[in-house]
Design a protein around this ligand. Sequence first.
Ligand SMILES: Nc1nc2c(ncn2[C@@H]2O[C@H](COP(=O)(O)OP(=O)(O)OP(=O)(O)O)[C@@H](O)[C@H]2O)c(=O)[nH]1
Ligand SMILES: [Mg+2]
Length: 265
Amino acid sequence: MRIAIIGLAQSGKSTVFTALTGQHGWSADGLLESELTPVAEARRPAPNGQTVEIIDTPGLCRGSSLGRGAGGAFLREIADVDLLLVVVRLFGRGLIAMDHPERSVDGFRDARIVDEELAMSDASAIREWLGSDSGGGAEKGAALAAILNAIEHGQMARTMGLAADELRDLTEIDLLTAKPLILIANVDEEDLYSETGLPFPDELRQKAEIAGTPLLVCCARLEADSACVADTGTEASDGLVDELTGGQDLLTRVYSVCEHSGLFA
Ligand SMILES: Nc1nc2c(ncn2[C@@H]2O[C@H](COP(=O)(O)OP(=O)(O)OP(=O)(O)O)[C@@H](O)[C@H]2O)c(=O)[nH]1
Ligand SMILES: [Mg+2]
């Protein structure tokens, strides 16, 4: 099982990577084109004993699928993973986020940008196939043209009623928008403990609910710190944190979503 962590630049992807693997991932400073995407195994094997490989990727921005920024080049490389973890930044709300590609903190907008970049990357992969003489036959060409049309009209392939591997059999292209996906809302530690309400806008939750996308709230920094100290399996926490996390660490919650979605089958 392979999982890729994606999201806009400076959203906390590498911190999530550390939380899940206990190792360090990408940092924008050390980014060299020749470097490979950091890959590590999860700290614990999956409940069925399966090895889970986790891949950290450089950050996306608007236009990544057209080659802008560091992240776009990796989109097709991670097209064969089984699950995408999309990290959206919600920490540092109310501050000007000079290190963020959009210069502000807005998880709903960022989740939409990621969807758009995945869709544009899929669309260009399909167009490339349709434009080449790949000999896939008229049936396959027609299926791909229909999928391309839907993606260009904003529909994600994962909502087309076909599983990612069924779509793959049909199209022979690994479509990013067909991948199962978990949204990770990366909040400040103070937000986790805040009693003034949930630390992310309702529209992000609504977007997740409408799309049937699991949404996990976490403070990646806190989880990364405890992952580096010890692997305790589940983290004891209390109060609001328990309500948000069920008292479990991020890896446990990711595994739980995978189990419910049949991804460990
Ligand atoms: N306050 C707070 N800061 C965080 C959290 N997660 C990450 N950060 C900080 O945000 C900055 C970026 O974190 P990274 O994990 O490197 O983000 P990234 O998405 O991997 O960044 P790129 O690889 O450059 O795209 C670092 O300074 C982190 O310490 C969090 O949960 N809370
Ligand atoms: Mg990184």
